[in-house]
Design a protein around this ligand. Structure first.
Ligand SMILES: *Cc1c(COP(=O)(O)O)cnc(C)c1O
Length: 429
């Protein structure tokens, strides 16, 4: 198999079909020439592959989708306008028509709000578990309407690791799908499909694009799940939108087989709700992907050094970084993350909210922003910013208290970053 770093530069794009341009061009075109009547009909019926209208597919976005599908080891991908569009569409596509989703309490804030508060308005309900790695707790919640388990591969800001392999096995024993958000590690550090995940979603805004300059998301389909097992009527009912060339209605499972999920995302969710990724953002993500292995490996090395330093820094009472050897998750780290869990870490300080405020205000190199995975180093106080919308018991499950500070480590010199943290912490007391 071609190496990851080679695929990050070449997969999913052919210069010959694109005016010999070596860098993927930005196709700023709303629609595409159908050429002749027969081809037009075949394209519209989905019998022939090609581009018609950029709400459904665009050549620049297509290159990003093919590249990310290759990097994750999936059969196909759909890029979307944001990570939350990817999360929402994936959960709705699985839970559509009265389904239930089992989810971890320590999810990204907007995902907690979607599952706990908003998707129920559309008839999709969630059952939250305290510990996604407690298989008994998970299994006890699987009922006749359960459609999927949803977890983050590495939680933010605790960096807790989800034990994917047994979770996938449990899900498949019950005919339900495993959907994971792989944003924090990026496919460079973890390829969840290799451990049994059925659907992988990302906020490409973070490590994948890597420069804090474009919002985007993606859904990748492993293409292995049987959507005709009786739990998912949305894939077996026939629909006009995918009628064949004679006009006969078809079902997504009948028409597309193992690609039913990703086709439904594109043909129903993207086509109807329209959270399209712009060609310009796809271009920025493709540029970012070219250096993903180099960026993430340097960031992991720096994050590890910073975590080790903070563990011995006065006023720091706890460091959360599963990359450190001293956490209870050491075995999971060794199994799933031989190259580290990512560029995020968090730490607890003593004192009160005023000390936290002085540290945030005292750093000079770190940018104070609610983002992760940037080339710049970032700092935030989750309780006031990123986890504000999360109910308190969920927040505590995620380890977010008033004296927690989250860092996302960028590409600056690690010595400069450590010196900056040292002066800010020392000056805060
Ligand atoms: C940022 C993030 C999202 C949401 O992505 P957007 O691109 O901001 O919509 C979802 N999940 C995780 C884990 C994230 O970090």
């Amino acid at each position: 198999m071609v190496d990851f770093s080679t695929q990050a530069i070449h997969a999913g794009y052919e210069a010959r079909c694109n005016g010999d341009a070596v860098s993927v061009p930005i196709y700023a075109s709303a629609a595409f020439e159908l050429e002749d009547a027969l081809r037009g009909q075949a394209l519209a019926a989905g019998i022939q592959e090609g581009f018609e209208y950029s709400r459904v597919a665009n050549p620049t976005v297509d290159a990003l989708e093919r590249r990310l599908a290759a990097l994750e080891g999936g059969i196909g991908a759909v890029a979307l306008s944001s990570g939350m569009a990817a999360v929402s569409y994936a959960l709705m596509c699985a839970g559509e028509g009265g389904g239930r989703i089992i989810a971890s309490k320590n999810l990204y804030g907007a995902s907690v709000d979607a599952l706990g508060d908003f998707l129920p308005q559309f008839g999709i309900h969630a059952d939250f578990v305290h510990n996604i790695n407690d298989l008994d707790e998970v299994e006890a919640l699987i009922g006749p309407d359960t459609r999927a388990i949803f977890a983050e591969t590495v939680a933010n800001p605790s960096t807790e690791i989800t034990d994917l392999e047994p979770l996938a096995k449990l899900a498949h024993q019950h005919g339900i799908a495993l959907i994971v958000d792989n944003t924090v590690p990026t496919p460079y550090l973890l390829r969840p499909i290799e451990f049994g995940a059925d659907i992988v979603v990302h906020s490409t805004t973070k490590g994948i694009t890597g420069h804090g300059n474009a919002i985007g998301g993606v859904i990748v389909d492993a293409g292995r799940f049987d959507w005709t097992n009786g739990r998912f009527p949305q894939f077996t009912r026939t629909e006009q939108v995918i009628a064949d060339i004679e006009g006969n209605r078809r079902s997504f499972a009948g028409a597309f087989g193992n690609a039913a999920f990703i086709k439904r995302i594109r043909i129903k969710y993207l086509r109807t709700f329209g959270a399209v990724q712009s060609p310009f953002n796809a271009y920025l993500s493709l540029i970012g992907l070219e250096t993903l292995p180099q960026r993430v490996s340097q960031q992991v090395a720096s994050a590890t050094a910073i975590a080790e330093h903070l563990a011995h820094t006065p006023h720091v009472i706890k460091v959360n970084y599963s990359g450190l050897g001293n956490t209870p998750q050491y075995a999971l780290k060794a199994k799933y993350f031989p190259h580290g869990v990512g560029q995020i870490l968090s730490f607890l300080v003593d004192g009160d909210v005023n000390n936290v405020r002085r540290i945030i205000d005292g750093v000079q190199l770190f940018s104070y922003v609610p983002n992760i995975g940037d080339a710049r180093s970032l700092i935030v106080d989750p309780v006031n910013i990123t986890h504000r919308e999360v109910p308190e018991d969920y927040r505590l499950s995620a380890g977010v208290t008033g004296n927690l500070i989250r860092l996302s480590i960028g590409l600056e010199s690690v010595d400069d970053l450590i010196a900056d943290l040292d002066q800010a912490i020392a000056g805060a007391y």
